[in-house]
Design a protein around this ligand. Structure first.
Ligand code: FE2
Length: 386
């Protein structure tokens, strides 16, 4: 049994920024999220959805026309957020199996590093299961080096080294020129990505991020923080040394009725990415645009707004538009944040998005959990899965 001091030492520690990051090990420097790849049943239509509803722009394409025989991929981007949507073109193979088992879902959280070979060596040396040894891919625009490891469920981390590549995305892709380009909605970068894991698995995966990737724990929530009359979950937030990569890990907890995390695990058939939180500089404009384009959000009751300012204190924004758009507010020692959650963006009640604007706060909206989870329970009730 390996002692994971970096996790236990951080137990019950608040997110006080530098002190914690100073302790983070730096054997795995990560510049940011490179891309998120989803395996989907129909990449062409999914790409249209993310353009139309979320304002992503067409960037790159790989498929039959570019010499791919088995798969097709569309690459979309909005500011620093890059999505890759991949579908199979044939009847058998791992992508079909993935979609059959999980429905549409996140397969790869790709991390942008300066040295993909070292990233692979350092993580596999510490116990990561290799998915892909470092490999160089090149075309006339230069080369990238990729390597990969397994994380929770069937999810992967691919390390991408791209300092010697000038092309539109990666070798094998061509520029995707499209006459259809709905305007961006102001989404800037991925703030955090949350994994749901099975009963009793949260600590195992937090230890994985600590031991294998040098992450530290920012904060933890137990079932007393995150429970309503019926549902419960536990959560710990793991962060890399720069704080740019934040991975909260959730597991279900016992409640009177079924935990929302268990519902996810049932429909996803295992652990996987629950939500992608994307940052904006103007949540009122962003959410107004998303709503106008047909994105569905969870609703908290109007009563939430009656005493919210007593709880969070003064904020820069007028309350009225926040109330109208049903945007939630929370405060911690460092400032406040505004956030809202979409309903699942798939038919299975699995993955959804969070839109977040941070005004100093580095936390995750703990003060909103109860109102939010009651909203989720109403959804679960309507699905007959509570
Ligand atoms: Fe979140």
């Amino acid at each position: 049994m390996i002692e994971i001091t970096s996790v236990t030492a951080m137990e019950n520690t608040n997110y006080t920024g530098e002190k914690i990051f100073k302790d983070a090990q730096d054997f795995l420097p990560i510049n940011g999220t490179d891309y998120v790849e989803m395996y989907v049943g129909n990449a062409k239509q999914a790409a249209h959805f993310y353009k139309t509803a979320f304002g992503f722009q067409s960037v790159a394409y790989a498929g039959l026309e570019t010499g791919k025989k088995d798969t097709v991929s569309y690459v979309l981007q909005q500011d620093k957020i890059r999505l890759v949507l991949t579908s199979p073109l044939q009847q058998d193979g791992p992508i079909n199996e993935h979609i059959n088992k999980h429905g549409d879902g996140v397969k790869v959280i790709a991390l942008w590093v300066d040295d993909a070979t070292k990233a692979w060596e350092e993580t596999t040396k510490r116990g990561a299961v290799s998915f892909m040894e470092p490999q160089k891919e090149e075309d006339e625009h230069g080369y990238v080096v990729k390597s990969g490891i397994h994380t929770y469920g069937e999810t992967l981390h691919i390390f991408v080294e791209r300092s010697n590549y000038k092309g539109v995305f990666m070798p094998g892709f061509q520029a995707w020129e499209s006459d259809y380009s709905p305007a961006p909605v102001g989404l800037k970068f991925i703030d955090h990505m949350v994994g749901n894991v099975g009963w009793g698995e949260m600590n195992k995966w937090c230890e994985f991020y600590a031991k294998v990737m040098g992450f530290t724990q920012l904060v933890s929530f137990d079932d007393k923080d995150i429970s309503t009359e019926y549902t419960a979950l536990m959560s710990k937030v793991m962060s890399n040394g720069t704080g740019r990569i934040k991975f909260p890990i959730n597991e279900p907890a016992e409640g009177r009725r079924k935990s929302q995390i268990e519902e996810y695990i049932d429909f996803y058939n295992g652990a996987g990415v629950q939500h992608i939180a994307v940052a904006t500089d103007n949540i009122i404009e962003t959410v107004a645009a998303l709503r106008a384009r047909g994105v569905d959000f969870l609703r908290v009751p109007e009563i939430y707004y009656d005493d919210v300012l007593n709880r969070v204190g003064e904020i820069d924004e007028d309350l009225e538009p926040l109330k109208k758009l049903n945007i939630l507010i929370d405060r911690d020692d460092e400032g406040y944040l505004l956030q809202i959650f979409t309903k699942p963006v798939l038919d299975r009640p699995t993955m959804f998005f969070e839109i977040i604007q941070r005004k100093g706060a580095q936390s995750f909206g703990k003060g909103n959990f109860k109102a939010l989870f009651e909203a989720i329970e109403r959804e679960q009730e309507s699905r007959g899965t509570l």
